[in-house]
Design a protein around this ligand. Structure first.
Ligand SMILES: Cc1cc2nc3c(=O)[nH]c(=O)nc-3n(C[C@H](O)[C@H](O)[C@H](O)COP(=O)(O)O)c2cc1C
Length: 169
């Protein structure tokens, strides 16, 4: 699959089949994170793969979005050096982890797996459940599993609305 086809075809999946994800597919998704770029190539990140049923249940409660518990795997993407800021003013860890999450989500789609980027969760509770140290930040979470729905593409703005050439205004 070419990259644009994956970007166009991926959709947030909020219903999952009760079917395990093969280890080789999981490893490919994680490889996408491992190889993704990071500022200064620092790779200050950890990805927690949650498979254990009881932990998934507790994690789903901490997230507060029940559909997450349907998926056999929950991926929790953590920035391990939250104080580091780039010269442009942006925090390294949010950018680095967002890229890695996007790459994982696209690889998952190519493998026939569903994901849903989650930005809404109780970070303190998530950290409690997984024993994540205080200074580490949870940037994103996604369920990973076989989709049990095929949603229509959600609307997007037109290129004319979002692209400017040479000058912002
Ligand atoms: C940063 C970010 C945070 C999001 N947080 C949530 C979330 O907490 N729960 C959820 O169900 N979807 C969440 N989404 C999914 C968006 O709602 C979804 O990507 C958007 O509606 C477009 O739909 P699509 O992903 O199917 O193209 C999030 C997406 C992004 C990029």
């Amino acid at each position: 699959m070419d990259v644009l086809s994956a970007i166009q075809g991926r959709k947030s999946i909020r219903k999952y089949k009760d079917k395990p994800v093969e280890e080789e597919k999981l490893l490919k998704v994680l490889e996408a994170a491992r190889i993704s770029p990071s500022a200064r190539n620092q790779q200050e990140w950890k990805f927690v793969v949650v498979k254990d049923q009881e932990t998934r249940k507790r994690l789903t409660e901490a997230i507060g979005q029940p559909f997450v518990g349907e998926a056999p795997i929950i991926l929790v993407c953590c920035g391990t050096e939250p104080e580091s800021v780039m010269r442009g003013g942006q925090l390294r860890y949010t950018v680095d982890l967002s890229i890695a999450t996007a790459y994982m989500i696209l690889e998952a789609y190519d493998l026939g797996l569903g994901t849903c980027w989650l930005g809404s969760y109780d970070e303190t509770k998530v950290k409690e459940v997984l024993g994540i140290p205080e200074k580490v930040r949870v940037v994103s979470i996604t369920p990973l599993g076989y989709p049990d729905e095929s949603p229509s593409p959600r609307p997007r703005k037109e290129l004319d609305d979002i692209i400017r050439y040479d000058k912002y205004e």
